[in-house]
Design a protein around this ligand. Structure first.
Ligand SMILES: Nc1ncnc2c1ncn2[C@@H]1O[C@H](COP(=O)(O)OP(=O)(O)OP(=O)(O)O)[C@@H](O)[C@H]1O
Length: 491
């Protein structure tokens, strides 16, 4: 059980004028409670209910925005707090309007017989539902933009359920870091902790599902930087795109709702000879028809001129960067990875201020989602572990003269846990979802399988050929196949 800090109980009231936001940042080990006393307010597009209390923890940095003015009561002591009247929320509202038009048109187009279509009212919109790729440098608010736009879509009366795609492998989205994932969203995504930036998923808590727990489709990449293994990343993006297409075939409402793709800054950086290769992969796999560039003129121009963008008539829109987006450093990023891994296995137990009772809480704050992971001892022979690519291999200079390395970036290499330096101790492993567990499969197939869960190797007993595993549930791991990357469990 992990504790998410203590909250001091002093309370402060803030009166927010229309179109302003209260921004706050929390220190490690502290938490904050905010009550909407009157008026209307939202956190990154997710509305707050009047009179309810919302909690924030794990060094959360966020803002309470109001369109019409409100009064909030803040219980606790954030390390930074201020009100700003300079926000990009009008730009987001305009984007939301454009995307709503595209959804309505796409939905009507899908009907049989097709009704007479009313004019969209907005000129030169690309055809089809909004399939939006969000790009920008590091710490520009890409994840926040995706959240706001998704939340504005699900809040309309039409009942849209857009697909949210997380390609930021430096953070886990709904699961652990190192993954890419997608999930249809039909209720607003709350913000309360960077341990689960896109809301809680069902994958970590099969016995404690909240009504809005999401079931994302997940593929394992294994590293924070998408440029580390570009060919592998392209292949996973293609796989995810195909899975989403299949989902859209069986769910026309989801198809018309469109999708939002969150990326890491690695997608926006052009490296020599491979200019915007991952952007092109996204355009192809997700049939992107809108690119939203956050606050970066040069990237905006590069996108307008990208042949793949010109050929497909993709609409490129630039929106300003919010002054509220926090510059986060590597140490904080490392702590977020730890929070996300810990949340996957242990859940969280938030300490409430003395004056706050659990019954007064609103939204989806996980006050007491304590999970009990299991420690299992298994034999080396029970599990097959692969690493993708060549990182544990001898350097090319150590190969015999004249011989060439034949292993490619996407070649699965079988790992022997008995080999010293296997890199398995404390490694995070993704368990693959093979339809028939234990059935024979080709090595290559491990590249294209989605993930059913995660485990950590906590002890390696080479003499007795045993592994001690931390697993979210007690089930057997016999004949399972797993992938290892570069993420480690830190106590
Ligand atoms: N208006 C705001 N007020 C306060 N905090 C904010 C605001 N907008 C974003 N943040 C916070 O700033 C941090 C960075 O934002 P975000 O994760 O959206 O950026 P990003 O561009 O996706 O980052 P990355 O480079 O890691 O992909 C997050 O903790 C987010 O909650």
């Amino acid at each position: 059980m992990s504790e998410e800090g203590s909250t001091e109980s002093q309370s402060k009231t803030w009166n927010l004028a229309p179109n302003t936001e209260y921004r706050f940042e929390l220190d490690p080990g502290t938490s904050l409670a905010i009550k909407l006393a009157s008026g209307t307010a939202e956190v990154f597009g997710s509305e707050l209910a009047e009179g309810k209390i919302y909690t924030f923890a794990s060094e959360c940095k966020a803002a309470i925005f109001t369109w019409n003015g409100c009064t909030i009561e803040v219980i606790g002591s954030p390390s930074t707090e201020y009100v700003s009247d300079e926000t990009p929320m009008f730009a987001f509202a305009n984007l939301a309007l454009i995307f709503e038009q595209m959804r309505i048109q796409a939905w009507l187009e899908q009907q049989d017989p097709k009704p007479d279509l009313p004019p969209s009212g907005i000129e030169n919109l690309p055809p089809g539902p909004p399939r939006v790729l969000v790009l920008g440098p590091e710490n520009y608010g890409k994840t926040t933009a995706c959240k706001i736009l998704t939340n504005y879509a699900v809040r309309t009366e039409a009942g849209w359920n857009p697909m949210l795609v997380n390609l930021d492998t430096s953070e886990g989205g709904w699961t652990v870091p190192g993954t890419i994932s997608a999930c249809p969203v039909d209720t607003p995504i709350p913000t309360y902790s960077p341990a689960n930036p896109l809301g809680s998923s069902a994958t970590s808590a099969p016995t404690a599902l909240s009504s809005s727990a999401l079931l994302p489709l997940v593929y394992w990449y294994g590293h924070p930087d998408p440029r580390k293994k570009v060919v592998l990343m392209e292949r996973l993006i293609r796989n995810l795109g195909e899975s989403i297409d299949q989902r859209f075939e069986s769910d026309p409402k989801c198809r018309a709702s469109g999708l939002f793709i969150d990326t890491s800054s690695g997608f926006s950086l052009s490296s020599a000879g491979e200019k915007h290769r991952l952007v092109k992969a996204c355009i192809d796999a997700f049939h992107v028809n809108v690119i939203v560039v956050i606050g970066h003129e040069k990237l905006n121009m590069e996108m307008q001129k990208l042949p793949a963008v010109e050929q497909s008539n993709i609409l490129v829109l630039k929106i300003p960067k919010s002054g509220g987006v926090v510059e986060i450093d590597q140490a904080y990023r490392d702590r977020i990875i730890d929070y996300q891994l810990r949340f996957y296995f242990y859940g969280s137990n938030l300490v409430l201020p003395p004056t706050v009772s659990a019954s007064s809480l609103g939204g989806e704050a996980l006050v007491d989602l304590s999970l009990a992971p299991h420690s299992l001892v298994i034999s080396f022979d029970d599990i097959t572990i692969y690493r993708i690519g060549e990182e544990t291999m001898a350097p090319s200079s150590a190969l015999p003269i004249g011989s060439q390395r034949t292993i490619t970036e996407t070649q699965p290499t079988l790992i022997d846990p008995g080999q010293p330096g296997s890199g398995l101790l404390n490694a995070v492993l993704a368990l693959l979802a093979f339809p028939a567990e234990g059935a024979e499969h080709y090595d290559e197939e491990v590249l294209d399988r989605d993930v059913s869960g995660f485990i950590v190797i906590t002890e390696l007993d080479i003499p007795n050929r045993k592994l001690t595993i931390l697993a979210p549930s007690p089930g057997t791991l016999t004949a399972r196949t797993a992938l290892v990357g570069s993420f480690e469990w830190r106590e």
